[in-house]
Design a protein around this ligand. Structure first.
Ligand code: NAD
Length: 346
C-alpha cells in the first residue's frame, strides 16, 4: 500500500514525522512517498499544488497530510496561496465527505469547555458534506433597487449530492453504534427540505441504522447539553463547518483532533484539523497526536486495517494515561517525546 505524505508548512512536517514513526513501528506493509504542498511547494515549484504532488496523491492508496499556511505567502494572489492546495486536492480527488470524530480521552476531561460529567459522554463522528452548499453556489455583490450594496451566496444541493453524503453517514453509523442524526433547517430552508426527503429515501437501504432528524439550532444546543445522545451526525457544508468546530472544543485541544476526507470509493486524505501553527513551528511544541490519530483513521477507513488502527488509538490513550502532556495540554513534553510515548504504548 502506497501512502502519499504531504507534510506542508509550519508544524506540518514535525507532526507528520511522528505519525510516520508510529506507522513504521506497526510494520503493516506500507510504503511512503513524500511531496511538497502549500507554501513549501510554492517556494520550490511555483505552485501550492504542483503536478507531481497531485500525481502522487492520485497514485497513492491514501494521503497523510500535515498542514498548509505560511505567513510569507499571505500577500500572494489567492490562486497561489498555500491554502489553495487543500481545496485543490478535495476538488481534484472528489473528496466530498469529511469525517471528524470527537471523543473525549478521560485523562483530558479537564481540558474540555464542558463539565467533566457531560464531556465524558462525548463519542461521536460528524460527517460533513464538503463540496456543495452555500460555499459553492452562485455568489457576488450587487446593488439593491434603493442603491444599497448587497452580498449574496446561493445555498443549493441537488438530490444526488445529498444521497451520496447520506450513504457516507449511514455507512459510518453502521461501523459504529448504528445511530444517525441528520441535521438541517427544514422548517425554513427548501434546500433542507430536499435534504430531509432524500435522507429518508436513502434510509430504506439501511434498516439496521436508527435515523433521526434535528434542526441545526437545536443540535448546537444539544451538543453542549447532552452530547452523549449522538453517534453519527450527517449534515451539509455550512452547518457542518460550525458544528464540527463546536464539537472539537467540547473535547479539548485542537492538537488532539483528526479528520478524514473521503471520495465515493473510500479513498481518503487524512489530516489533523489544526493548521500550520506558525507561532510554534520549529520549537518542538506541536502536539503530534491529532496527526497520529489521523493515521489510525487512515488504516481504518481507507486501508481496511482496523487492528493496527485500534493499536494506535490504545497507545495514544496509554501515553496520556502515563502523563504525557504537550504544551497545548498544559505540559512540557516536546513533539518527539510525545511520539516516543505513543511508540512505548503500542
Ligand atoms: P492553527 O490551527 O494553525 O493554530 C491555532 C492555535 O492553535 C495556535 O496558537 C497554534 O499554536 C495552536 N495549535 C495548532 N495546532 C497545534 C498543535 N498540533 N499543537 C499545539 N498547538 C497547536 O490556526 P491559525 O493560527 O488560524 O492558522 C495558521 C495557518 O494555518 C494559516 O495560514 C491558516 O490558513 C492555516 N490553516 C491550515 C489548515 C489546513 O492545512 N487544513 C487548517 C486551518 C488553518
Amino acid at each position: 500500500m502506497l501512502i502519499a505524505l504531504l507534510p506542508g508548512d509550519g508544524i506540518g512536517p514535525e507532526v507528520i514525522a511522528q505519525a510516520v514513526r508510529v506507522l513504521e513501528a506497526l510494520d503493516c506493509g506500507l510504503t511512503f512517498e513524500t511531496a511538497a504542498v502549500g507554501g513549501a511547494a510554492y517556494k520550490k515549484a511555483g505552485h501550492p499544488l504542483p503536478p507531481a504532488t497531485l500525481d502522487l496523491a492520485r497514485r497513492a492508496d491514501a494521503i497523510l497530510f500535515g498542514a498548509v499556511g505560511d505567513p510569507e505567502c499571505d500577500s500572494l494572489e489567492r490562486a497561489f496561496r498555500p491554502e489553495q492546495a487543500i481545496l485543490g486536492l478535495r476538488k481534484e480527488l472528489g473528496l466530498f465527505a469529511n469525517l471528524r470524530p470527537a471523543k473525549l480521552f478521560p485523562e483530558l476531561a479537564d481540558a474540555s469547555a464542558l463539565r467533566p460529567e457531560v464531556a465524558s459522554q462525548i463519542d461521536m463522528v460528524i460527517v460533513r458534506e464538503l463540496t456543495g452548499d452555500v460555499y459553492f453556489g452562485e455568489k457576488g455583490m450587487r446593488k439593491t433597487a434603493d442603491g444599497l450594496r448587497e452580498g449574496y451566496d446561493v445555498m443549493a444541493y441537488n438530490e444526488a449530492e445529498v444521497a451520496r453524503i447520506a450513504h457516507a453517514g449511514f455507512k459510518a453509523a453502521q461501523a459504529r453504534r448504528g445511530k444517525l442524526c441528520s441535521v438541517d433547517k427544514a422548517n425554513v430552508l427548501e434546500t433542507s427540505q430536499l435534504w430531509r426527503d432524500v435522507v429518508n429515501e436513502v434510509s430504506a437501504d439501511y434498516p439496521d441504522v436508527e435515523l433521526s432528524h434535528m434542526y441545526v439550532d437545536n443540535c448546537a444546543m444539544q451538543l453542549v447539553r447532552n452530547p452523549g445522545q449522538f453517534d453519527v451526525i450527517v449534515t451539509g457544508n455550512l452547518f457542518g463547518d460550525i458544528l464540527s468546530d463546536q464539537a472539537s472544543m467540547c473535547v479539548g485541544s485542537i492538537g488532539m483532533l483528526p479528520s478524514a476526507s473521503l471520495d465515493a470509493a473510500g479513498k481518503g486524505l487524512y489530516e489533523p484539523i489544526h493548521g500550520s501553527a506558525p507561532d510554534i513551528a520549529g520549537q518542538g511544541k506541536a502536539n503530534p497526536l491529532a496527526t497520529i490519530l489521523s493515521a489510525a483513521m487512515m488504516l481504518r477507513y481507507s486501508l481496511e486495517m482496523p487492528e493496527p488502527a485500534d493499536r494506535i488509538e490504545a497507545a495514544v490513550a496509554r501515553a496520556l494515561a502515563g502523563g504525557a502532556r504537550s504544551f497545548d495540554l498544559g505540559g512540557t513534553v516536546d513533539t518527539t517525546a510525545m511520539g516516543d510515548a505513543v511508540l512505548a504504548g503500542l
